[in-house]
Design a protein around this ligand. Structure first.
Ligand SMILES: [Zn+2]
Length: 486
Protein backbone atom coordinates (compact mmCIF):
# COMPACT_ATOMS: atom_id res chain seq x y z
CA UNK A 1 0.00 0.00 0.00
CA UNK A 2 1.40 3.35 -1.11
CA UNK A 3 -0.01 6.70 -0.11
CA UNK A 4 0.96 10.18 -1.19
CA UNK A 5 0.10 13.45 0.57
CA UNK A 6 0.49 16.43 -1.73
CA UNK A 7 1.01 20.14 -1.12
CA UNK A 8 0.48 20.09 2.64
CA UNK A 9 2.14 22.43 5.10
CA UNK A 10 4.26 19.96 7.04
CA UNK A 11 4.78 20.90 10.68
CA UNK A 12 7.55 19.34 12.76
CA UNK A 13 8.60 20.30 16.27
CA UNK A 14 11.14 22.70 14.79
CA UNK A 15 9.97 23.90 11.36
CA UNK A 16 7.08 24.34 8.95
CA UNK A 17 7.46 23.77 5.19
CA UNK A 18 5.48 22.82 2.13
CA UNK A 19 6.19 19.30 0.91
CA UNK A 20 4.91 16.15 -0.75
CA UNK A 21 5.11 13.02 1.37
CA UNK A 22 5.43 9.42 0.19
CA UNK A 23 4.35 6.53 2.43
CA UNK A 24 5.11 2.86 1.79
CA UNK A 25 4.08 -0.09 3.95
CA UNK A 26 3.19 2.16 6.86
CA UNK A 27 6.46 4.11 6.89
CA UNK A 28 7.28 7.62 5.67
CA UNK A 29 9.82 7.04 2.90
CA UNK A 30 9.85 10.39 1.08
CA UNK A 31 9.56 14.02 2.10
CA UNK A 32 10.12 16.32 -0.87
CA UNK A 33 10.19 19.99 0.08
CA UNK A 34 8.88 22.52 -2.40
CA UNK A 35 8.44 26.25 -2.75
CA UNK A 36 5.38 27.82 -1.15
CA UNK A 37 4.03 28.73 -4.60
CA UNK A 38 4.82 25.36 -6.26
CA UNK A 39 1.91 23.05 -6.96
CA UNK A 40 3.39 20.50 -9.41
CA UNK A 41 3.92 17.01 -8.01
CA UNK A 42 7.47 16.82 -6.65
CA UNK A 43 7.30 13.01 -6.42
CA UNK A 44 6.06 12.15 -9.95
CA UNK A 45 7.84 8.78 -9.98
CA UNK A 46 6.09 7.75 -6.72
CA UNK A 47 3.02 5.83 -7.89
CA UNK A 48 0.57 5.77 -5.01
CA UNK A 49 -2.61 3.76 -4.50
CA UNK A 50 -4.23 6.88 -3.07
CA UNK A 51 -3.28 10.55 -3.26
CA UNK A 52 -4.48 13.01 -0.63
CA UNK A 53 -4.58 16.67 -1.58
CA UNK A 54 -3.58 18.61 1.55
CA UNK A 55 -3.26 21.99 -0.15
CA UNK A 56 -3.44 24.78 2.43
CA UNK A 57 -3.75 22.36 5.33
CA UNK A 58 -1.39 21.50 8.15
CA UNK A 59 0.21 18.06 8.06
CA UNK A 60 0.99 17.21 11.69
CA UNK A 61 2.44 14.11 13.35
CA UNK A 62 -0.24 11.94 14.99
CA UNK A 63 -0.74 12.82 18.63
CA UNK A 64 0.84 10.81 21.43
CA UNK A 65 -1.38 10.91 24.51
CA UNK A 66 0.60 9.52 27.44
CA UNK A 67 -2.14 9.78 30.07
CA UNK A 68 -5.42 7.92 29.60
CA UNK A 69 -7.67 5.75 31.78
CA UNK A 70 -9.66 3.36 29.61
CA UNK A 71 -11.78 0.55 31.05
CA UNK A 72 -10.53 1.40 34.54
CA UNK A 73 -12.38 0.40 37.72
CA UNK A 74 -12.51 3.37 40.09
CA UNK A 75 -14.70 4.43 43.02
CA UNK A 76 -17.15 1.55 42.64
CA UNK A 77 -17.65 2.00 38.91
CA UNK A 78 -15.67 1.69 35.64
CA UNK A 79 -14.60 4.51 33.28
CA UNK A 80 -17.09 5.03 30.48
CA UNK A 81 -14.71 4.53 27.54
CA UNK A 82 -13.08 1.19 26.84
CA UNK A 83 -10.14 0.58 24.48
CA UNK A 84 -12.44 0.61 21.47
CA UNK A 85 -14.59 3.71 22.07
CA UNK A 86 -11.69 5.54 23.72
CA UNK A 87 -9.23 4.95 20.89
CA UNK A 88 -11.83 5.70 18.20
CA UNK A 89 -12.42 9.03 19.98
CA UNK A 90 -8.66 9.58 20.25
CA UNK A 91 -8.19 8.85 16.55
CA UNK A 92 -10.98 11.28 15.61
CA UNK A 93 -9.16 13.89 17.68
CA UNK A 94 -5.82 13.29 15.92
CA UNK A 95 -4.23 10.95 18.45
CA UNK A 96 -2.56 7.85 17.00
CA UNK A 97 -0.72 6.55 20.07
CA UNK A 98 -1.87 6.28 23.67
CA UNK A 99 -0.23 5.15 26.88
CA UNK A 100 -2.83 3.98 29.38
CA UNK A 101 -2.46 3.35 33.11
CA UNK A 102 -2.68 -0.29 34.16
CA UNK A 103 -3.72 -0.09 37.80
CA UNK A 104 -2.59 -2.59 40.41
CA UNK A 105 -5.26 -3.91 42.77
CA UNK A 106 -4.13 -4.70 46.32
CA UNK A 107 -2.16 -7.92 46.44
CA UNK A 108 -1.72 -8.26 42.67
CA UNK A 109 1.61 -8.99 41.03
CA UNK A 110 2.72 -6.58 38.30
CA UNK A 111 2.64 -9.52 35.89
CA UNK A 112 -1.10 -9.95 36.56
CA UNK A 113 -1.73 -6.21 36.23
CA UNK A 114 0.00 -6.16 32.86
CA UNK A 115 -1.85 -9.26 31.63
CA UNK A 116 -5.18 -7.68 32.67
CA UNK A 117 -4.49 -4.56 30.66
CA UNK A 118 -3.28 -6.51 27.61
CA UNK A 119 -6.63 -8.33 27.72
CA UNK A 120 -8.53 -5.05 27.82
CA UNK A 121 -6.73 -3.54 24.82
CA UNK A 122 -5.97 -6.54 22.62
CA UNK A 123 -8.21 -7.02 19.57
CA UNK A 124 -10.15 -3.80 20.14
CA UNK A 125 -7.76 -0.82 20.28
CA UNK A 126 -7.75 1.08 16.98
CA UNK A 127 -4.54 3.03 17.56
CA UNK A 128 -1.15 1.89 18.81
CA UNK A 129 -0.90 1.66 22.56
CA UNK A 130 1.32 0.98 25.49
CA UNK A 131 0.91 1.01 29.27
CA UNK A 132 2.38 2.50 32.40
CA UNK A 133 1.81 0.52 35.56
CA UNK A 134 0.33 2.35 38.56
CA UNK A 135 1.68 0.69 41.70
CA UNK A 136 -0.73 0.90 44.65
CA UNK A 137 0.57 -1.93 46.83
CA UNK A 138 4.35 -1.86 46.95
CA UNK A 139 6.30 -4.68 48.60
CA UNK A 140 9.58 -6.55 48.02
CA UNK A 141 7.96 -8.91 45.52
CA UNK A 142 6.59 -6.05 43.45
CA UNK A 143 9.93 -4.21 43.48
CA UNK A 144 11.76 -7.32 42.35
CA UNK A 145 9.35 -7.74 39.42
CA UNK A 146 10.21 -4.38 37.85
CA UNK A 147 13.19 -5.57 35.72
CA UNK A 148 11.02 -8.29 34.17
CA UNK A 149 8.25 -5.79 33.42
CA UNK A 150 10.79 -3.48 31.78
CA UNK A 151 11.75 -6.40 29.53
CA UNK A 152 8.08 -6.58 28.54
CA UNK A 153 8.36 -3.02 27.22
CA UNK A 154 6.83 -1.14 30.16
CA UNK A 155 9.28 1.55 31.25
CA UNK A 156 7.25 3.88 33.45
CA UNK A 157 5.59 3.34 36.82
CA UNK A 158 3.20 5.66 38.60
CA UNK A 159 2.68 6.30 42.30
CA UNK A 160 0.10 8.41 44.11
CA UNK A 161 0.75 10.89 46.90
CA UNK A 162 -3.06 11.36 47.07
CA UNK A 163 -6.12 9.10 47.63
CA UNK A 164 -5.41 8.13 51.23
CA UNK A 165 -6.62 4.65 52.06
CA UNK A 166 -6.74 3.42 48.46
CA UNK A 167 -4.11 4.40 45.90
CA UNK A 168 -1.71 6.42 48.09
CA UNK A 169 1.90 5.31 48.64
CA UNK A 170 3.95 6.34 51.69
CA UNK A 171 6.93 8.59 51.00
CA UNK A 172 9.55 6.02 52.06
CA UNK A 173 8.17 3.69 49.38
CA UNK A 174 8.15 6.50 46.81
CA UNK A 175 11.83 6.96 47.65
CA UNK A 176 12.55 3.30 47.04
CA UNK A 177 10.91 3.37 43.61
CA UNK A 178 12.68 6.61 42.69
CA UNK A 179 16.04 5.08 43.66
CA UNK A 180 15.28 2.02 41.53
CA UNK A 181 14.30 4.23 38.60
CA UNK A 182 17.76 5.76 38.31
CA UNK A 183 19.36 2.31 38.60
CA UNK A 184 17.10 0.55 36.08
CA UNK A 185 16.31 3.44 33.74
CA UNK A 186 12.57 3.77 34.09
CA UNK A 187 10.43 6.84 34.79
CA UNK A 188 8.73 7.33 38.15
CA UNK A 189 5.48 9.18 37.54
CA UNK A 190 3.95 10.92 40.53
CA UNK A 191 0.48 12.27 41.27
CA UNK A 192 1.40 15.15 43.56
CA UNK A 193 -1.27 16.20 46.05
CA UNK A 194 -0.93 15.97 49.83
CA UNK A 195 -3.26 13.02 50.52
CA UNK A 196 -3.21 13.30 54.35
CA UNK A 197 -4.28 16.96 54.44
CA UNK A 198 -6.88 16.43 51.71
CA UNK A 199 -8.38 13.58 53.70
CA UNK A 200 -8.78 15.87 56.74
CA UNK A 201 -10.37 18.64 54.68
CA UNK A 202 -12.83 16.22 53.06
CA UNK A 203 -13.92 14.94 56.48
CA UNK A 204 -14.29 18.51 57.83
CA UNK A 205 -16.44 19.66 54.91
CA UNK A 206 -18.69 16.62 54.99
CA UNK A 207 -19.05 16.86 58.77
CA UNK A 208 -20.25 20.45 58.48
CA UNK A 209 -22.74 19.58 55.74
CA UNK A 210 -20.80 21.00 52.78
CA UNK A 211 -21.46 18.22 50.33
CA UNK A 212 -21.76 19.70 46.83
CA UNK A 213 -19.09 19.47 44.09
CA UNK A 214 -17.58 22.89 44.85
CA UNK A 215 -16.20 21.37 48.06
CA UNK A 216 -14.30 18.79 46.03
CA UNK A 217 -12.17 21.65 44.74
CA UNK A 218 -11.98 23.42 48.11
CA UNK A 219 -10.76 20.22 49.75
CA UNK A 220 -7.84 20.09 47.32
CA UNK A 221 -6.34 23.61 47.36
CA UNK A 222 -3.37 24.55 45.18
CA UNK A 223 -1.11 24.80 48.26
CA UNK A 224 -1.47 21.06 48.78
CA UNK A 225 -0.23 20.37 45.27
CA UNK A 226 2.69 22.74 45.84
CA UNK A 227 3.54 20.99 49.12
CA UNK A 228 3.48 17.55 47.48
CA UNK A 229 5.58 18.75 44.52
CA UNK A 230 8.11 20.25 46.88
CA UNK A 231 8.29 16.95 48.84
CA UNK A 232 8.65 15.01 45.58
CA UNK A 233 11.53 17.24 44.47
CA UNK A 234 13.31 16.56 47.77
CA UNK A 235 12.89 12.82 47.31
CA UNK A 236 14.23 13.14 43.78
CA UNK A 237 17.25 15.06 45.04
CA UNK A 238 18.06 12.36 47.62
CA UNK A 239 17.60 9.44 45.24
CA UNK A 240 18.62 10.98 41.88
CA UNK A 241 15.56 9.20 40.48
CA UNK A 242 13.88 9.87 37.13
CA UNK A 243 10.85 11.92 38.15
CA UNK A 244 7.84 12.79 36.00
CA UNK A 245 5.06 14.88 37.53
CA UNK A 246 1.63 14.16 36.09
CA UNK A 247 -1.18 16.67 35.44
CA UNK A 248 0.29 19.79 37.03
CA UNK A 249 -2.45 22.33 37.74
CA UNK A 250 -1.12 25.25 39.76
CA UNK A 251 1.26 28.19 39.76
CA UNK A 252 3.02 27.61 43.09
CA UNK A 253 3.87 24.01 42.21
CA UNK A 254 5.12 25.16 38.82
CA UNK A 255 7.45 27.68 40.48
CA UNK A 256 8.93 24.90 42.62
CA UNK A 257 9.60 22.84 39.51
CA UNK A 258 11.06 25.78 37.62
CA UNK A 259 13.75 26.09 40.31
CA UNK A 260 14.82 22.54 39.49
CA UNK A 261 14.35 22.62 35.73
CA UNK A 262 16.19 19.84 33.94
CA UNK A 263 15.87 17.50 36.94
CA UNK A 264 12.21 16.74 36.57
CA UNK A 265 9.71 16.28 33.72
CA UNK A 266 6.24 17.78 33.92
CA UNK A 267 2.96 17.45 32.07
CA UNK A 268 -0.26 19.39 32.23
CA UNK A 269 -3.64 18.84 30.54
CA UNK A 270 -5.94 21.02 28.39
CA UNK A 271 -8.51 21.33 31.18
CA UNK A 272 -5.97 23.14 33.40
CA UNK A 273 -5.11 25.44 30.48
CA UNK A 274 -8.67 26.25 29.46
CA UNK A 275 -11.16 25.83 32.35
CA UNK A 276 -11.21 27.41 35.80
CA UNK A 277 -12.76 27.03 39.25
CA UNK A 278 -15.98 28.88 38.38
CA UNK A 279 -17.14 25.69 36.61
CA UNK A 280 -17.93 24.18 40.01
CA UNK A 281 -20.71 26.70 40.57
CA UNK A 282 -22.09 26.54 37.03
CA UNK A 283 -25.86 25.98 36.93
CA UNK A 284 -27.68 23.80 34.39
CA UNK A 285 -29.76 25.48 31.69
CA UNK A 286 -33.54 25.57 32.04
CA UNK A 287 -34.31 22.38 30.15
CA UNK A 288 -31.66 20.34 31.92
CA UNK A 289 -32.68 21.81 35.27
CA UNK A 290 -36.23 20.59 34.87
CA UNK A 291 -35.12 17.14 33.88
CA UNK A 292 -32.62 17.00 36.74
CA UNK A 293 -35.08 18.15 39.38
CA UNK A 294 -38.21 16.29 38.45
CA UNK A 295 -36.94 13.12 36.81
CA UNK A 296 -33.65 12.49 38.55
CA UNK A 297 -33.80 14.41 41.82
CA UNK A 298 -30.55 16.21 41.05
CA UNK A 299 -30.15 19.68 42.63
CA UNK A 300 -28.85 22.64 40.57
CA UNK A 301 -25.61 22.82 42.54
CA UNK A 302 -24.61 19.33 41.37
CA UNK A 303 -23.81 20.49 37.80
CA UNK A 304 -20.21 21.07 38.93
CA UNK A 305 -19.78 17.29 39.25
CA UNK A 306 -19.01 17.34 35.52
CA UNK A 307 -15.72 19.02 36.44
CA UNK A 308 -14.75 16.87 39.40
CA UNK A 309 -11.20 15.78 38.71
CA UNK A 310 -8.03 15.55 40.79
CA UNK A 311 -6.29 17.92 40.98
CA UNK A 312 -9.30 20.21 40.53
CA UNK A 313 -9.69 23.27 38.31
CA UNK A 314 -8.02 26.39 39.69
CA UNK A 315 -8.44 30.17 39.70
CA UNK A 316 -7.78 31.96 36.40
CA UNK A 317 -4.25 33.19 37.19
CA UNK A 318 -3.06 29.58 37.29
CA UNK A 319 -3.99 29.18 33.62
CA UNK A 320 -1.66 31.98 32.54
CA UNK A 321 1.11 30.59 34.71
CA UNK A 322 0.79 27.12 33.13
CA UNK A 323 0.99 28.59 29.61
CA UNK A 324 4.15 30.42 30.70
CA UNK A 325 5.44 27.07 31.94
CA UNK A 326 4.88 25.55 28.50
CA UNK A 327 6.58 28.49 26.79
CA UNK A 328 9.74 28.23 28.91
CA UNK A 329 9.78 24.38 28.76
CA UNK A 330 9.16 23.85 32.47
CA UNK A 331 6.15 21.88 31.23
CA UNK A 332 7.03 19.76 28.21
CA UNK A 333 3.98 17.56 27.62
CA UNK A 334 0.23 18.18 27.33
CA UNK A 335 -1.68 14.92 27.81
CA UNK A 336 -5.40 14.50 28.48
CA UNK A 337 -5.86 12.42 31.67
CA UNK A 338 -8.95 11.12 29.83
CA UNK A 339 -10.94 9.46 32.62
CA UNK A 340 -14.57 9.62 31.54
CA UNK A 341 -17.60 9.04 33.75
CA UNK A 342 -21.19 9.65 32.68
CA UNK A 343 -22.96 12.46 34.51
CA UNK A 344 -26.15 10.42 34.86
CA UNK A 345 -25.52 7.20 36.76
CA UNK A 346 -21.81 7.65 37.51
CA UNK A 347 -21.10 11.22 38.67
CA UNK A 348 -24.46 11.00 40.46
CA UNK A 349 -22.98 8.35 42.79
CA UNK A 350 -21.75 11.43 44.67
CA UNK A 351 -25.11 13.12 45.19
CA UNK A 352 -25.03 14.36 48.77
CA UNK A 353 -21.32 13.51 49.19
CA UNK A 354 -18.75 15.08 46.85
CA UNK A 355 -16.09 12.58 47.93
CA UNK A 356 -18.08 9.82 46.22
CA UNK A 357 -18.20 11.56 42.81
CA UNK A 358 -15.91 9.52 40.52
CA UNK A 359 -12.97 11.79 39.82
CA UNK A 360 -12.05 12.41 36.19
CA UNK A 361 -13.25 14.00 32.96
CA UNK A 362 -13.25 13.08 29.26
CA UNK A 363 -10.76 14.78 26.92
CA UNK A 364 -9.05 12.26 24.62
CA UNK A 365 -10.82 13.69 21.53
CA UNK A 366 -10.48 17.43 22.16
CA UNK A 367 -6.76 17.94 22.96
CA UNK A 368 -5.62 19.10 19.52
CA UNK A 369 -8.53 21.52 19.04
CA UNK A 370 -7.99 23.16 22.42
CA UNK A 371 -4.22 23.41 22.03
CA UNK A 372 -4.62 24.87 18.54
CA UNK A 373 -7.22 27.47 19.49
CA UNK A 374 -6.02 28.53 22.93
CA UNK A 375 -2.33 28.11 22.18
CA UNK A 376 -1.69 28.85 18.51
CA UNK A 377 -4.68 31.06 17.63
CA UNK A 378 -4.32 32.73 21.04
CA UNK A 379 -0.68 33.50 20.09
CA UNK A 380 0.69 31.82 23.20
CA UNK A 381 2.67 29.13 21.35
CA UNK A 382 3.77 28.41 17.79
CA UNK A 383 2.36 25.54 15.76
CA UNK A 384 5.78 23.86 16.14
CA UNK A 385 5.54 24.09 19.91
CA UNK A 386 2.08 22.53 19.65
CA UNK A 387 3.61 19.57 17.81
CA UNK A 388 6.30 19.35 20.47
CA UNK A 389 3.93 19.05 23.46
CA UNK A 390 1.30 17.06 21.54
CA UNK A 391 3.51 14.42 19.94
CA UNK A 392 7.29 14.82 19.85
CA UNK A 393 8.26 15.22 23.50
CA UNK A 394 5.75 12.60 24.69
CA UNK A 395 7.27 10.11 22.22
CA UNK A 396 10.83 11.01 23.23
CA UNK A 397 10.13 10.88 26.95
CA UNK A 398 8.39 7.52 26.87
CA UNK A 399 10.79 5.60 24.63
CA UNK A 400 8.85 5.73 21.35
CA UNK A 401 10.92 8.18 19.32
CA UNK A 402 11.81 8.33 16.39
CA UNK A 403 9.20 5.72 15.38
CA UNK A 404 6.47 7.97 16.80
CA UNK A 405 6.13 11.69 17.44
CA UNK A 406 7.53 13.41 14.35
CA UNK A 407 7.11 13.55 10.58
CA UNK A 408 10.45 12.21 9.38
CA UNK A 409 11.79 9.66 6.93
CA UNK A 410 11.79 6.22 8.54
CA UNK A 411 9.12 7.11 11.10
CA UNK A 412 5.75 5.39 11.27
CA UNK A 413 3.31 7.21 8.98
CA UNK A 414 1.12 8.54 11.82
CA UNK A 415 -0.21 11.77 10.38
CA UNK A 416 -3.04 14.25 10.94
CA UNK A 417 -4.26 16.49 8.13
CA UNK A 418 -5.68 19.50 9.90
CA UNK A 419 -7.91 22.06 8.21
CA UNK A 420 -7.21 25.26 10.10
CA UNK A 421 -9.92 27.19 8.24
CA UNK A 422 -12.83 25.05 9.29
CA UNK A 423 -15.23 26.42 11.89
CA UNK A 424 -15.19 24.51 15.18
CA UNK A 425 -17.96 24.13 17.74
CA UNK A 426 -17.33 21.40 20.31
CA UNK A 427 -20.50 19.47 21.05
CA UNK A 428 -20.74 16.27 23.00
CA UNK A 429 -23.24 14.87 20.54
CA UNK A 430 -20.74 15.11 17.68
CA UNK A 431 -17.88 13.47 19.54
CA UNK A 432 -17.04 9.76 19.60
CA UNK A 433 -16.27 9.56 23.32
CA UNK A 434 -18.81 7.17 24.90
CA UNK A 435 -19.85 9.55 27.67
CA UNK A 436 -22.95 11.70 28.13
CA UNK A 437 -21.32 15.13 28.35
CA UNK A 438 -18.25 17.11 27.30
CA UNK A 439 -16.58 19.53 29.73
CA UNK A 440 -15.76 21.81 26.77
CA UNK A 441 -19.36 21.88 25.46
CA UNK A 442 -20.01 24.88 23.24
CA UNK A 443 -16.32 25.80 22.80
CA UNK A 444 -15.96 27.77 19.59
CA UNK A 445 -12.92 28.24 17.41
CA UNK A 446 -11.22 27.00 14.27
CA UNK A 447 -10.00 23.65 13.06
CA UNK A 448 -11.24 20.40 11.64
CA UNK A 449 -9.61 17.05 11.01
CA UNK A 450 -9.69 16.01 7.36
CA UNK A 451 -7.69 12.78 7.65
CA UNK A 452 -5.93 10.74 10.28
CA UNK A 453 -3.40 8.19 9.11
CA UNK A 454 -2.00 5.49 11.35
CA UNK A 455 0.94 3.42 10.07
CA UNK A 456 0.03 4.42 6.52
CA UNK A 457 -3.63 3.52 6.82
CA UNK A 458 -6.36 6.16 6.63
CA UNK A 459 -8.43 5.63 9.77
CA UNK A 460 -10.38 8.91 9.84
CA UNK A 461 -11.87 10.73 6.86
CA UNK A 462 -13.58 14.04 7.51
CA UNK A 463 -14.29 13.30 11.18
CA UNK A 464 -15.66 9.81 10.52
CA UNK A 465 -13.78 6.78 11.77
CA UNK A 466 -13.03 4.32 8.97
CA UNK A 467 -10.46 1.97 10.51
CA UNK A 468 -10.84 -1.58 11.73
CA UNK A 469 -11.48 -2.61 15.32
CA UNK A 470 -8.37 -4.19 16.84
CA UNK A 471 -5.90 -2.76 14.31
CA UNK A 472 -3.88 -1.00 17.05
CA UNK A 473 -0.61 -2.64 18.08
CA UNK A 474 1.05 -2.87 21.47
CA UNK A 475 4.23 -0.77 21.59
CA UNK A 476 7.14 -2.10 23.58
CA UNK A 477 9.02 0.95 24.87
CA UNK A 478 12.70 1.64 25.46
CA UNK A 479 14.01 2.61 28.89
CA UNK A 480 14.28 6.27 29.83
CA UNK A 481 17.35 8.14 28.64
CA UNK A 482 18.17 11.08 30.90
CA UNK A 483 17.61 14.28 28.93
CA UNK A 484 15.57 12.64 26.18
CA UNK A 485 12.35 14.37 27.07
CA UNK A 486 13.76 17.80 27.82
ZN1 LIG B 1 -4.84 10.16 35.60
Amino acid sequence: MKLKIRNGLVVTSSETFKADIGIEDGIITKIERKAQSASADSLPEFQADEVIDADGKYVLPGGVDVHTHLDMPFGGTVTADNFYTGTVAGACGGTTTIIDFAIQNKGETLKTVLENWHQKAKNISVVDYSFHIAITDLNEGVLSEIPRIINEGITSFKLFMAYKGSLMTASENISRVLAESSRLGFLTMLHCEDGDKIDELIKDFLFSGNTNPLYHSLSRPAELEEKAVSDALKLQEQTKGNLYIVHLSSEGALKQIRKHKGRVLTETCPQYLVLSIDKYTEKPDKQVRERNRFLCGIPDDFEGAKYVMSPPLRGKHHLNALWEGIKDNTISIVSTDHCAFNFYGQKTLGLGDFSKIPSGIPGIETRLFLLYNEGVMGKLITINKLVDVFATVPAKTFGLYPKKGEIAIGADADIVIFNQDKKLVIKSIRLHQDVDYCPFEGYRGKGGISYVISRGEIIVRDRAFSGKKGRGKFLSRRTYQVGSGV
